[in-house]
Design a binder for this molecule. Structure first.
Ligand code: ADP
Ligand code: MG
Length: 462
């Protein structure tokens, strides 16, 4: 469907043309008219199907500038908040509406400034609550409440915060939610706070004609070698998924040693570092990122040609999210999963999902064996988890030198028994720690090292 058929204002159509959007995606064609008609919606569709415009376009079409905060969009991560903010700002550039983006890990003051003028706010729950507590954000004029990636919010422990924020909005608001799955706690929110929402489904699967999905059975000591072999062989942009922050750092450090332009991205990094990594990839300064699921979720990195499951995803759904990074918008892509015997159980669940057509391949005969040094990231960076590998400029020279003298072979032993046990360290709780309320504290300390001032209203200039 063409956007022209959706009775949108010319200033929005103009921006959409500039963005290169001509046809509305399926979820957009379905959502936009219903949101414009004033109804609540609960939408489900794959990553990359254009959900931001599905809720953003109708909102931008209806709101008028200068009437206080009229829309609040909650996202589970800071990267997503920035991405949604950028997208909505581009689509709304001729509307005169002002957007503010609020997330933790950076100081509050510039956000407070932006909030004074904002018509639309995009933010993560922890920081939104910080602003509500400080009265630097007022949601009493809100017409649209949007919950993006609701299931991920739940996994990250944000449900209570979401409800708290909902309670700051007026009852006659319009509520829009997007979620890949509908766990009972999400259904409970819908029941309690949504008004007869219309369920909307978009594309469920990636286009299997464009996406080639394969897996390899490897011995633990072959895993890194095979990854490196492919990365060297294939052109393009690659995303390598690992189960934990530690594993991401170690894999990235070993890849860099072997000459790959790579960075790690995970919840242990500061906000600036994470944005920097995304920027580096977008500007093609690096070709590869090594990511955890949480950090990669929803990241809109264009032109990803290869997705590697270095560690297997926990579920078919995580698998789908990961492979949703590639073969987007008509491009083709490859999803490559490396399986050790420990992963068979986990991956069996993925393989049983008949809609995913994954074929087994043999390890290429010409693959050279390369050592994997598990301690590498830690040795180079003095054990500071998260203060790590993306710090390329500031990386001590000694790290590489010291490494040069090390012996290899770490992967077969520690890899075999090791990291499955750490799998959960990237789970909801650790990400929540970095993303959630505690991060508000981090933000506050930027403001000059004051103790937390919850409820402090001295900055409230209204
Ligand atoms: P989702 O939230 O479903 O994962 P996004 O809203 O982030 O998807 O959109 C994914 C990408 O597709 C973005 O780069 C966005 O700019 C682009 N996009 C969205 N809608 C369209 C469209 N109608 N035509 C072309 N590109 C689009
Ligand atoms: Mg999205």
């Amino acid at each position: 469907m063409k956007f022209e058929e959706l009775s949108l204002k010319p200033e929005i159509l103009k921006a959409l043309v500039e963005l290169g959007y001509s046809e509305a995606t399926e979820i957009q064609s379905k959502c936009i008219p219903i949101v414009l008609s004033g109804k609540d919606i609960v939408g489900q569709s794959q990553t990359g199907s254009g959900k931001t415009a599905a809720f953003g376009v109708p909102m931008l079409n209806v709101l008028t500038p200068g009437k206080g905060i009229q829309a609040i969009v909650l996202t589970p991560t800071r990267e997503l908040a920035v991405q949604v903010f950028d997208n909505i700002r581009s689509m709304g550039k001729y509307t005169g509406l002002k957007m503010a983006c609020v997330y933790g890990g950076v100081s509050l003051e510039p956000q407070t400034d932006a909030l004074r003028r904002a018509d639309i706010v995009i933010g993560t729950p922890g920081r939104v609550i910080d602003h509500l507590d400080r009265r630097s954000m007022n949601l009493t004029n809100v017409k649209y409440f949007v919950l993006d990636e609701a299931d991920r919010m739940l996994e990250m422990g944000f449900v209570d915060d979401v409800v708290t924020i909902l309670k700051h909005t007026p009852k006659d608001r319009q509520s829009l939610m997007f979620s890949a799955t509908m766990p009972s706690q999400i259904r409970a929110i819908i029941q309690r706070y949504f008004n007869n929402p219309v369920p909307i489904k978009g594309q469920a699967q990636v286009d299997t004609k464009l996406l080639k999905q394969v897996y390899y059975n490897v011995k633990p000591e072959e895993k890194f070698s095979l990854l490196l072999y492919f990365l060297k062989k294939h052109q393009g942009i690659s995303v390598v998924f690992c189960a934990t922050r530690e594993e991401s750092d170690a894999v990235a450090a070993n890849l860099e040693r072997e000459g790959v332009n790579v960075m790690a991205i995970h919840g242990g990094l500061t906000q600036n570092k994470r944005l920097q990594v995304v920027e580096m990839l977008k500007s093609k300064k690096i070709t590869t990122i090594v990511a955890t699921d949480v950090a990669a979720r929803g990241l809109d990195i264009k032109d990803v040609s290869h997705v590697y499951n270095y560690d297997v995803p926990k579920s078919a759904e995580d698998y789908t999210h990961r492979i949703g990074r590639t073969a987007r918008a008509g491009e083709s892509g490859d999803a490559i999963t490396l399986l050790t015997h420990k992963d068979f159980d986990n991956f069996d669940r993925v393989l049983r999902d008949r809609s995913l057509k994954i074929t087994k391949e043999q390890i290429p005969a010409d693959m050279p064996m390369v050592r994997f040094d598990r301690g590498m990231a830690r040795r180079s960076f003095g054990g500071h988890q998260g203060r790590n590998f993306t710090n390329r400029g500031g990386r001590p020279q000694g790290g590489r030198g010291r490494f040069g003298g090390g012996r290899g072979g770490g992967s077969s032993r520690s890899g075999g028994g090791g990291y499955n046990g750490h799998r959960d360290s990237e789970g909801g709780s650790s990400e929540r720690r970095s993303e959630g309320r505690s991060e508000g504290g981090e933000g506050r300390s930027h403001g000059g090292g004051h103790p937390p001032r919850r409820g402090f209203s001295g900055h409230n200039r209204r």
